[in-house]
Design a protein around this ligand. Structure first.
Ligand code: SAM
Length: 224
């Protein structure tokens, strides 16, 4: 899988992809993540990528030309399954969306700044608009990092234990059950006996019951 991320601040995205699971996925050749600086495609002598908004009002708008030039160049090199714009008014990111996107071959993600990108870019190029929650961030980079992480960890072979993503929250519309590790007793609090029993049928039944209870208590909407 290949993910191209278009941003005016590529340095903001270097950290999240240079460690842990995201780094291993790239080292294993399971995903390529390419960061592109939109500013490099500005033909303006000051390398501007934004301008005042028509109609007046506070806040700059990201201009069409450098974004279009960069997307045109990338589209000339390969076909993208999705061209995504990170935006608070997009479709809310849920596990289902990541499950679907992890099956794609080429994804392009556009990060906005200021008041966002000129509407014509959205209409002309964008195939999917994604929000990571009902709040406003300063830029799309953190949102793009969240989306990318949630996709990449689902690519087969990325996680060491292949089944561990399947038992995470939101797969099967359930939250994850509680988990414990050694020691069996910590400050008087004991690990539930069933988890020490070695009886895998009982352990599975306990986990299912706990996952259901936790979902009912915290996210009853998932059970509907
Ligand atoms: N004027 C926009 C609005 O009110 O919807 C907000 C622009 S925001 C300051 C700048 C950029 O951050 C957006 O273009 C988008 O790329 C990104 N962004 C902010 N909040 C986001 C969210 N909840 N989900 C995804 N991207 C977000």
């Amino acid at each position: 899988m290949r993910i191209d991320i278009l941003t005016i601040l590529p340095q903001l995205l270097e950290g999240p992809f240079s460690d842990s699971i995201m780094k291993r996925a790239q080292d294993k050749g399971l995903v390529e993540i390419h960061l592109h600086n939109i500013r490099d495609y500005s033909t303006n002598k000051h390398k501007n990528v934004d301008d005042y908004q028509y109609g007046g009002g506070a806040g700059m708008v990201m201009s069409c030309e450098p974004i279009a030039a960069l997307i045109d160049k990338l589209q000339g090199e390969r076909k993208y399954d999705e061209i995504i714009y990170m935006t608070p008014d997009g479709e809310l990111l849920e596990q289902d969306m990541s499950n679907t996107l992890c099956l794609q071959e080429n994804i392009l993600i556009l990060c906005g700044h200021y008041k966002g990108v000129d509407e014509r870019i959205r209409q002309m190029y964008i195939t999917k608009e994604v929000s990571i929650g009902s709040y406003v961030l300063s830029g799309g980079e953190l949102a793009a990092a969240v989306l990318t992480d949630s996709i990449v960890r689902l690519i087969p072979g990325v996680l060491n234990d292949e089944t561990s993503a399947l038992t995470d929250s939101f797969q099967d519309n359930l939250l994850s059950p509680p988990v414990y590790t050694r020691p069996p007793e910590f400050k008087g609090m004991k690990v539930p006996d069933v988890l020490l029993s070695g009886d895998f049928k009982k352990i599975e039944a306990w986990r299912e019951k706990e996952a259901y209870q936790r979902t009912k208590d915290r996210r009853p909407d998932l059970l509907q």
